[in-house]
Design a protein around this ligand. Structure first.
Ligand code: OGA
Ligand code: MN
Length: 290
């Protein structure tokens, strides 16, 4: 992890520059000196958004945020996902808890326990999430880290031969809520949400191409025999999860972190049932992948 501090000049000179620090060679920037409990001006927001587009993941440390503060900041990026079922939400339908805590034997949050394989949020829907934002309230002493993989780098480093094999093809994604967060489905079971998207998607803001498959939710490449599809997918999963493309975020309480589901995958490392983990999540709606 780099500890060097860099000033991102933005044409207006150093006085208005955003202070940032690289999180890893793979992706990620920490933005320093911004207090998100206060409203963010348009010019500051433009710099934060550009930093996010350039770095895929942005982190703000030591933030003291109410739900309203977090929602106000997330809304700057676009319309928020609201929970219709109100399951695991708080009084605010845009806020969802991610937690392993049980009260009276009942889970208070979604995605409760342990390790999760790499995935991209809601890739099984027509319009998957653009951004997901987690605010850390309680974190385990060991594990429960979140891994982020750069999907631009994954695409760009494929051989020309593999790029040609992916060209114009789509993959089917599905999410089976009943199976563990560790097991990839290979068949679409009755009632399981699913959708097919291009294997390579172009980010609408950066114009860059990203590999859009993942080990947890991608079922098959359309139009290929099952064996060929499985072999190609396994090759792509191994490639995109190369540690050279991955940043591992070790959480601290009061971290606010946001990732771009259009050009990053994420996963979670294991952690003990004996430790509590509580994240407050807000999701920004996205567009159909093209
Ligand atoms: C999510 C998710 C990972 C984590 O909220 O979509 O995958 O580290 N969370 O809890
Ligand atoms: Mn997720």
């Amino acid at each position: 992890m780099s500890t060097a501090q860099s000033i991102a000049l933005d044409g207006e000179g150093a006085i208005n520059a955003l202070q940032t620090r690289s999180l890893s060679p793979a992706l990620g920037a920490e933005i320093i000196g911004v207090d998100l409990s206060q409203p963010v001006s348009d010019s500051l927001f433009a710099k934060i958004q550009k930093c996010w587009h350039d770095n895929i993941v942005v982190l703000f440390r030591d933030q003291h945020l109410s739900e309203t503060d977090q929602v106000r900041f997330a809304e700057r990026f676009g319309q928020l996902a609201l929970s219709h079922t109100r399951r695991y939400t708080t009084a605010n339908p845009a806020v969802m808890l991610i937690s392993n805590i049980r009260e009276n034997g009942k889970q208070i949050g979604a995605l409760p326990d342990g390790e999760m394989q790499f995935h991209s949020d809601q890739c099984y829907q027509e319009k998957p999430a653009m951004a997901s934002m987690l605010y850390a309230i309680e974190v385990p002493n060991v594990g429960g880290d979140t891994l982020f993989a750069n999907a631009y780098a994954a695409y760009e480093t494929l051989s020309d031969d593999i790029k040609r094999r992916l060209d114009g093809r789509k993959a089917m994604h599905a999410y089976d809520y009943d199976s563990a967060s560790m097991k990839r489905g290979t068949k679409i079971k009755e009632g399981v949400p699913h959708f097919a998207h291009p294997l390579v998607r172009t980010h609408p803001a950066t114009g860059r191409k990203a590999l859009y498959v993942n080990r947890l939710m991608t079922i098959a490449i359309e139009g290929l025999p099952e064996e060929e599809s499985d072999a190609l997918l396994n090759l792509l999963f191994a490639h995109q999860e190369n540690p050279a493309f991955v940043y591992e975020h070790i959480w601290r309480v009061h971290d606010l972190l946001m990732w771009d589901n259009r050009c990053a995958l994420h996963a979670r490392t294991d952690f003990s049932d004996d430790e509590r983990r509580l994240m407050r999540r807000v999701t920004v709606l996205g567009e159909r992948p093209m």
